[in-house]
Each structure stands twice: as C-alpha cells, then as structure tokens.
Design a protein around this ligand. Sequence first.
Ligand SMILES: Nc1ncnc2c1ncn2[C@@H]1O[C@H](COP(=O)(O)OP(=O)(O)OP(=O)(O)O)[C@@H](O)[C@H]1O
Ligand SMILES: [Mg+2]
Length: 362
Amino acid sequence: MGQDVELSGVSMRFGEVYAARDINVHIQAGEFFSFLGPSGCGKTTLLRLISGFMDPSEGKIKIGGKDMRGIGSNSRPTAMIFQNLALFPLMTVEENIGFGLEVRHVPKAKRIKKVEELIELVDLYGTGDRMVSELSGGQKQRVAIARALAVNPAVLLLDEPLSALDLRLRNHMRAELRNIQRRTGVTFIYITHDQTEALTMSDRVGVMSIGKLEQVAEPDVIYNTPETSFVASFVGESNIIDGNIIGIDGDYALLKTAYGSFFCKNPQHMEEGETATIFIRPETVFLAKEPTAENGLACRTKTISFEGSYAVVTLTTEQDQLFTMRLNNDGSTPKLKEDENINVRFSRENAFVLKNGGTPIA
Ligand SMILES: Nc1ncnc2c1ncn2[C@@H]1O[C@H](COP(=O)(O)OP(=O)(O)OP(=O)(O)O)[C@@H](O)[C@H]1O
Ligand SMILES: [Mg+2]
C-alpha cells in the first residue's frame, strides 16, 4: 500500500541555479499526484530528491513519516519509471519484470508467482517469454510499470513516461495507469508538462514554474480558480487582457483596458490604482443579442474553426484587439459567418483579475 510523502522547505541549488525553491507539499498515501510545469522548471529534480538520487540543499523529505536524509535510493520505499523506460531489450518480458526481485534474492518460486500476478495486472498476458525489443511502445510501457511495481514500492515516481507514445496510445495508457494506481493503492507521483495529462489522471496537481510550486489543488480547482497569473496562463486557454483597477465592488474589481471596462472577480483582493491582468476562458464567452451594459463587447468575427462538438471563433473588437470564444454545438447557437458584426458578453463570475508578473512562459 502507499505511503505519504511530505516535502518541507525543500530547495535544490546547482551552483547559482535554484532547480527547486522552498517547496512545501504533503502528498497523501494512495494519492495520484502530478507535478505539472514547463521544461526546466524542476520536475525531474523533485523526483530525484524524493527517490534519493540526491539530497536537497535545504529542507526535509519524509516518506511514511520518516525523515529520508542520508537514506540512499535503494533503501527508500520508492521505485522510478524513467522517460526512456530503461528496459533491458535483450531480456524477455518475464526477466525484465522479475529483475528487481532477482537482485534482491527473492526465491525463484515466489518470483515466478509475483511476475505472473504483475503480468495480469498490466494486461500483458501471453507475452512473458517475448523479448522486450519485439514489443510495441504501449507494451514496453506496461513492462516498465510491472517491473517498477515488482519490488512493492509504497511510492511510484513516474517521469513523463508516456511522452514517447502516439496520441491514441497515450490516451489509452493514461486510463490504464490511473486504473493500476487505483487497484494497487500505491502513491503515484507523476510529472508532466502536458496539462491534459495532469488534469485527467490526478487527484491533485501541483503547478510549477522555475523551481517554485505555484499552486496545489484538485484539477477542477486549478482550472476554474487559478491563484496566479502563471497558473492561469499555463493551464488552459484564456483571453488575457492587461488593465488598471479603477474601482472595487465587494469581491469584484472594475478594470479599464484597451478593450473597454470590465468587472471581474478579484481573488487576490487587489486595490484601486493597481495594474493587473484579466483572464477570460473562451468557453465562458456568450453571444449577446445587443450590446450589454456590463462586460459586453461589440466584435467582428474573423475566423471560425468548426471542431465538431464546438467551434472556436476568433473576433476583432472595435478597438482592433483579438478575442476568442468557444461555442458549443448544442443546437442553440446560430450559425456564424466570417466578417459578421456580433455582440458578445461574459459574466463577472467567469472573469478574474490576477497580479501581473510571475513567470513568463517560455
Ligand atoms: N545536475 C545538474 N547540474 C546543474 N544543473 C541542473 C542539474 N540538474 C538540473 N539542473 C537544472 O535545474 C533546472 C531544472 O531541471 P529539471 O531537469 O529538474 O527540469 P524539468 O522540469 O524536469 O525539465 P524537462 O521537462 O525538460 O525534463 C534546469 O535549469 C536544469 O538545467
Ligand atoms: Mg525532466
């Protein structure tokens, strides 16, 4: 069964570079937790710290309540799956899966039984005596998972293990991984730069930018209520508009922007006079019959991209700014043409203003 992993004030410095900076997070036993962030933000570094390939410059890592400082990777209750899988191509599936057990001198009969169980768990039935080099990408993936689970880790660390697979297989393996995690109860710590992957598989997601953990929350909370500009712009699509706060109305702020003046949620309780950025998801923008007093925009349609269940419409505003909306194909929206004058609106509930700055996205 899984164990919890607690990082307190964890920093890792390589010379002048902070690959991790004051990371605080408590990953629960049996949780599927993902670290999500762009390339170079410190994801692999965190996994290496948890698995014991190196110790942090500062801070503490506890697994199952036990301080891990000084405990080498072989003595930690963790296993790791690397991006390139690091399988032995000229060994059979069974030999690969049983490798860790053999190293640990597990008796042969017990080893065979465990390998059989794992082959069933990852759905590799009938491939046991095939060479790994003869397998498909998805099958290799399963061998890597089975091999990592063979040594009964309490925590499985996965470093972008699906990135080499094609889209269809990747989608399939996501569901599969989630399934295996549920069945085994092992704590999964997954890292990825793919937001869909993180949002679909995880119980909770930690979004990282340049060594810093920006927000830790359930996937829907990350998407619906990002706490920083970085999270809002890295996760999902948004219309991003800079402006000045010219008034406060309870939990909402009124901003003056190049597009006009808009009311939006003000979760960081910013004050009048501050410059800030508004985020509006394209799916929260609606057609309006006439120009509306609050949060309305008169626009001209530019491109309409029909995607099946929805259409993405790019618009130019009267002020010559670009704006995007996403219309559901639910029968209720009129068919739009390019170069048509329309009015759109969004609710003050669905727009939010966050402090500028934070980390630019590479
Ligand atoms: N051994 C090392 N020596 C010096 N710098 C390092 C070392 N390992 C990592 N870094 C630096 O730390 C930062 C974080 O690297 P890390 O590999 O953790 O990023 P990542 O989020 O896993 O990126 P990617 O998505 O590209 O794999 C980078 O700036 C990297 O250059
Ligand atoms: Mg990495």
